[in-house]
Design a protein around this ligand. Structure first.
Ligand code: UTP
Length: 290
């Protein structure tokens, strides 16, 4: 069955990025010249997703405004003959349809996904956490959708992490079934490295069967008093096989200050207009300080 819908949870408090997130949603912070969430939306567009469901909350109106058509601004740019600038914003009108669902209480990622139940309905869907950015992001989602089709089960993105990072992630017990593909035998939330069944951590991309909703509905509040998606997946695993797709290439957690700065640098260096000058500036800066 073709996967047509994607859910982008963007309702969280963003406490790791305070104080800016007190009034600016972290999803709207820029990575070079686009807000973080636009990369997730473009990833969906590149993979043929037809409807994007963004989960928002109070104080996140800037996200809705950003994806709205700005008739006045487009008109002014047209009048002034600024075709290049016009192209930068009119491109937003060609993205897949976007709708917004409000998560009324911030009860965790699992709860955010559950908020999309009525809009997703009884079909498989993608979940993208916009803070998690991959160097090869369009390829990652395409490969995950292929894996979903081939194995006929939910697929989560995986990445090998260093031993000292293990206790920050959900970790899986893997059974390798093909290159980069594992059947998941168990999920362990934030284990001590010595107790971890592998170093394969769950990253923010999921292709899920709609049965996850039933499981999330009966999932109790877990770590931090939140409904954790990993707990829902653990329950789903009792009924359906779940697979993992191992990602290669760089990964950035743009939901932390350092991760966001690293992503900004990496993307800035690749940018055709500013990349070469930024490279010179960074090497000058580093040479000056060491
Ligand atoms: P995070 O774990 O990054 O939480 O959530 P957060 O609140 O955004 O940030 P910190 O940890 O306080 O700094 C992962 C994703 O799930 C969304 C977030 O917006 C983010 O995209 N989320 C989280 C929700 O939509 N609702 C929630 O209740 C929690």
């Amino acid at each position: 069955m073709k996967v047509r819908k994607a859910v982008i949870p963007a309702a969280g408090w963003g406490t790791r990025f305070l104080p800016i997130t007190k009034s600016v949603p972290k999803e709207i912070l820029p990575l070079v010249d686009k807000p973080i969430i636009q990369y997730a939306v473009e990833e969906c567009a590149a993979c043929g997703i037809e409807l994007i469901i963004i989960i928002t909350s109070q104080g996140k109106a800037a996200i809705e405004d950003y994806f709205d058509k700005s008739v006045g601004l487009e008109h002014i740019l047209e009048q002034r003959g600024k075709e290049d600038l016009l192209a930068k914003i009119s491109h937003l009108s060609n993205l897949p349809n976007i709708c917004f669902v409000h998560q009324k209480e911030l009860l965790g990622l699992g709860h955010a996904v559950l908020s999309s139940k009525d809009v997703v309905g009884k079909e498989p869907f993608v979940v993208i956490l916009p803070d998690d950015l991959f160097e090869q992001r369009e390829l990652v989602l395409k490969e995950m959708l292929n894996t979903f089709e081939q194995y006929n089960g939910s697929v989560v993105a995986l990445k090998k992490v260093e031993p000292d990072e293990i206790s920050r992630y959900g970790i899986i017990k893997p059974k390798k079934v093909a290159k980069n593909v594992y059947q998941i035998m168990d999920f362990v939330e934030k284990p001590e490295p010595s107790q971890a069944p592998s170093n394969l951590a769950i990253m923010g991309r999921y292709v899920l069967t709609p049965e996850i909703f039933e499981e999330l509905e009966s999932t109790d509040f877990g770590v931090g008093g939140e409904i954790q998606i990993t707990d829902g997946l653990k329950r789903l695993l009792r009924k359906q096989a779940i697979f993992g797709y191992e990602i290669e290439g760089d990964y950035y957690d743009a939901g932390t200050i350092l991760g966001w700065i690293k992503a900004t640098m990496a993307m800035g260096l690749k940018h055709p207009e500013i990349g070469p000058e930024l490279k010179d500036y960074l090497s000058h800066l580093v040479r000056g300080k060491v």
